[in-house]
Design a protein around this ligand. Structure first.
Ligand SMILES: *Cc1c(COP(=O)(O)O)cnc(C)c1O
Length: 462
């Protein structure tokens, strides 16, 4: 299986190469050259199997000869061994026809652990084999960074540098990034927004001297391996509600578009998904784009669902690639125009996007009201991101089709917003109860490419 760039100008790579490199050299994102299919019998056979076994079956066709079957099974087992729930991604019922997929039982309490724990194990297996060392650099609005640090801390062949927007992540998110004591962990607080952090990471990947000099590797949600890991739970949850013999819909709290795009891939593989609903907070560029065809950033407003405070959703480029009928040049042009002041999606592409995705938006008041109402009605405490999803799902539900809303983080990761909305203080799970007592370690950096590159060069072992 080879991987091609959304912009059509970079060489195609194997799964392992695409995983280790992240962003393509033409600025594009990697996609499989074709999407493997699972037929109804393959999907039906997932019923009742362990999460790890389902993960193996869903992901195996994508990885080519990167790992043997036995190696890949071990990688998957190790990745999910540290989860606090035997089902890994349990489904709970909110009300008739509406379900929550709990994706927050990993070590950092957000769904990012599903991909990051797997990537950590895959990097280790691959680098051990080659004897090479890499510098992982990532931007985070909070959850990616903590998940990456948790996945890579203490690994021999990796330094991990995470840029997060200073003052704009929750205390739990920050502490998860700043309290690990391993020497290969570097938390960097940048003066700026998430979009600034993400732009500097992109700049580093486009600075080829630097990129090759420090052997840069990316684990942001642009990394194909992360999208792939997230495809799995669409299958396991849909099957537990009767797929492929019954259709289900999904609502996905969306920021960088990685999670919901994984759902699109699941459908392209053959999973009968009815609606795939993109739920945004006030930072609603994706909702506006799907509604009007105008793809224009408006500046980021901080919200109580900070992991979705994003204007330029990097993975949307992957959806654009399919919407523009595999035309890399058209994608490159859209992305260039977007960087300038925004762009208008062509009629054909917009129609195709609308066949793939529904969308809705939830403002701050409705987010809080949904946390409160759900607590009152069901005794489930939602994190603010999940609440955005539940509110949009309620607005978009077709009563004839079961709706699964992705619960992307544990409420204790965002205790202030949850307590303000519901009056309930969500406690951290026992296994991380001492988080507030551990000393922090962080470096403040300017929003300046040269300064960040110098710091990284100094920090890596020579
Ligand atoms: C990252 C994140 C999201 C957004 O996911 P994307 O894949 O970036 O769209 C939503 N909720 C939480 C809690 C997150 O950490």
């Amino acid at each position: 299986m080879n991987y091609i760039s959304t912009r059509g100008q970079a060489p195609s790579l194997s799964f392992e190469e695409a995983m280790l490199t992240g962003l393509a050299r033409d600025g594009g994102l990697y996609l499989p050259e074709r999407i493997p299919q699972m037929d109804a019998a393959d999907i039906r056979a997932l019923a009742g199997v362990r999460y790890e076994e389902a993960a193996f079956r869903v992901m195996r066709p994508f990885i080519g000869d990167a790992f043997t079957d036995a190696e890949f099974r071990e990688i998957i087992d190790r990745a999910y061994a540290g989860f606090g729930h035997a089902a890994r991604a349990p489904l709970v019922q909110l009300e008739s026809g509406h379900f929550l997929l709990e994706l927050f039982h990993g070590p950092t309490l957000a769904f990012k652990d599903f991909a990051m724990q797997l990537i950590g194990q895959m990097f280790e297996a691959s680098l051990k084999r080659s004897g090479k060392r890499v510098s992982i650099v990532g931007a985070t609005s909070g959850d990616t960074g903590s998940a990456a640090i948790e996945a890579f801390r203490g690994l021999d062949a990796v330094d991990v540098f995470i840029l997060y927007p200073h003052g704009r992540v929750s205390e739990v998110q920050r502490r998860q990034m700043t309290t690990p004591t391993e020497a290969n962990v570097h938390a960097l607080a940048i003066d700026g927004h998430f979009d600034d952090a993400q732009a500097r990471v992109k700049d580093m990947f486009n600075d080829f001297d630097f990129r090759d000099g420090v052997r840069l590797a990316g684990v942001n949600s642009i990394n194909w391996a992360r999208v792939l890991a997230q495809v799995v739970y669409y299958f396991t949850s849909a099957v537990s509600l009767g797929a492929p013999d019954r259709k289900v819909s999904f609502t996905v709290p969306t920021g960088n578009f990685g999670d919901v795009f994984a759902g699109w891939i699941a459908r392209a593989m053959g999973l009968p998904i009815d609606r795939l609903v993109v739920a945004t907070n006030r930072n609603d560029i994706l909702h506006r784009c799907l509604a009007t065809g105008e793809y224009r950033p408006e500046g980021v407003v901080p919200t109580i669902s900070p992991s979705m405070d994003i204007q330029v959703s990097s993975n949307f480029e992957r959806a654009l690639y399919y919407a523009y009928d595999h035309d890399g040049r058209a994608v490159a042009q859209v992305m260039d125009e977007l960087k300038a002041s925004g762009t208008t999606i062509s009629q054909g592409a917009l129609q195709s996007l609308r066949e793939g995705f529904h969308s809705g938006r939830c403002d701050e008041e409705d987010t809080s009201a949904t946390i409160r109402a759900t607590w009152d009605a069901t005794g489930e405490l939602l994190c603010p991101h999940t609440a955005v999803g539940v509110q949009v799902a309620n607005a978009q539900r077709d009563p004839a089709v079961p709706m699964i809303t992705l619960a992307t983080a544990h409420p204790a990761k965002f205790p202030d917003a949850v307590e303000t909305a519901s009056g309930i203080h969500p406690p951290l799970p026992e296994r991380m109860a001492d988080l507030y007592d551990r000393p922090e370690r962080v470096t403040r950096v300017a929003n300046d490419l040269g300064a960040i590159e110098t710091l990284i060069k100094e920090r890596i072992p020579h």
